[in-house]
Ligand binder design. Structure first.
Ligand code: THU
Length: 131
């Protein structure tokens, strides 16, 4: 049976605005209460203002009052798994901590990782004496 978080990420991917790269990505972030908040990549004619699917999901969730997460699924139409980019790993670490990261394509699950495997030795608020 397909993990509902992957299904949600696949659905969100269909809403991607990827007119420039044509590379659509969907993400689904699960709160510790079991709620799912989705995101898709949103590109822009200036390119640099593009938002990745993962960050859209994180910022939507934070702005809606959620602050505790357990998993994120990321879906792209690629044979090899599409992992979160470096900036998304940093944002995920700072706002979601060491969550499980599930990578999938349109038909298959491709892998499960802890975020700490994808971002070893992270910089975060602890170094600023804020946590
Ligand atoms: N992208 C994501 O949304 N998430 C990833 O994990 C990798 C890259 C987007 C950014 C851009 O819109 C497109 O994919 C190509 O880089």
């Amino acid at each position: 049976m397909t993990d509902p978080l992957i299904t949600a990420a696949r659905e969100a991917r269909q809403r991607a605005r990827a007119s420039f790269s044509h590379f659509k990505v969907g993400a689904a972030l699960e709160t510790t209460d079991g709620l799912i908040v989705t995101g898709c990549n949103i590109e822009n004619a200036t390119y640099g203002l593009t938002l990745c699917a993962e960050r859209v999901a994180v910022f939507k969730a934070i702005s809606e009052g959620h602050d505790s997460f357990r998993r994120i699924a990321v879906v792209a139409d690629t044979e090899a798994p599409t992992p979160p980019c470096g900036p998304c790993r940093q944002i995920l670490w700072e706002f979601a901590g060491d969550i499980e990261v599930i990578l999938a394509n349109l038909t298959e699950e491709k892998g499960r990782y802890r975020l700490s495997e994808l971002l070893p030795l992270p910089f975060d608020a602890r170094f600023l004496g804020k946590k």
